[in-house]
Design a protein around this ligand. Structure first.
Ligand code: SF4
Ligand code: SF4
Length: 265
């Protein structure tokens, strides 16, 4: 799964030990040029961080800043930062101060000018890296030296990768097992669990969900007010629904209604 404009991707697979020179700072002539006219796919963890940073409900964040598209390979919904709505600029960039959500910026922004791709193999997910060389970017003329590993550490991407891995796994597995098809109900459920944690929390605690699935009391306590725990629980639930892993125990036979998982993916 690759999220970048392939025209600017160097056709060379990097490892964590690959070396490159780069530095980005407010003094570069191209400052903030990369924050526009591009496609940024927002992962579930990106959305969690941004809506928390902006003190917004997920639904309001999604409505105000994003659009939804179906992933071409899996048919599952993806959230894209809707730059065309903001004159092809990221809504969070300012000309002098730059990124106004910097400490909660999405994974794609953290990795840049490195891109990350993910393949699914028999052993599981294979994450690899590549160099993105956009003509306007002057950062690669600077002399600071990095390996992909030191860059990843500097940019704090570990937590993002850890929290997004199951989302990628589901997209790639769905793509592998039959490719894209549209099931509105399944897609709506996937979008709610992955991208709208406030609504998912209501779904868990205010529908028949807890009568349908066995959920330990300590898990209920954790997901009540902790979005990261809720997202991890959402992965468990969707992986059960997608039949990737049998992670949730069903208490009683499923019938129609909000607690049911009879949708087809
Ligand atoms: S989130 Fe920040 S770093 Fe990413 S495109 Fe927007 S302004 Fe630039
Ligand atoms: S284009 Fe490159 S150097 Fe310029 S602001 Fe963006 S990342 Fe930094």
């Amino acid at each position: 799964m690759v999220d970048m404009n392939m025209r600017v991707v160097e056709p060379r697979k990097l490892t964590t030990e690959s070396r490159f020179k780069f530095r980005c700072h407010p003094g570069v002539a191209c400052f903030t040029e990369c924050c526009g006219k591009t496609t940024i796919i927002l992962t579930p963890y990106d959305i969690l961080r941004l809506k928390t940073r902006l003190n917004m409900k997920a639904a309001d964040f999604l409505a105000q800043y994003t659009r939804m598209e179906l992933h071409d390979k899996s048919g599952l919904p993806m959230v894209i930062m809707d730059m065309p709505r903001f004159e092809n600029r990221c809504p969070f960039v300012r000309p002098v101060t730059g990124c106004t959500v910097y400490s909660d910026r999405p994974a794609t922004c953290r990795y840049y000018p490195i891109g990350q791709g993910t393949l699914i193999t028999e052993e599981g997910l294979d994450e690899f890296y590549f160099y993105v060389r956009e003509e306007h970017c002057r950062g690669y003329e600077e002399q600071d030296e990095w390996t992909v590993a030191t860059w990843r550490q500097d940019q704090g991407v570990d937590r993002y990768d850890e929290m997004n891995r199951d989302w990628k796994l589901m997209m790639l597995r769905r793509a592998e097992n039959g490719g894209p098809f549209t099931d509105d109900r399944g897609n709506r459920l996937f979008a709610m669990v992955m991208y709208d944690l406030d609504q998912f929390r209501n779904f868990v605690f205010k529908s028949r969900f807890l009568n349908t699935f066995h959920v330990d009391d300590d898990v209920k306590e954790r997901i009540w007010d902790d979005d990261e725990e809720l997202l991890k629980f959402g992965y468990q639930y969707l992986k059960s629904a997608l039949k990737i892993e049998d992670t949730l125990e069903v208490k009683q036979p499923l019938g129609p209604g909000p607690g049911a998982t009879t949708m087809t993916f």
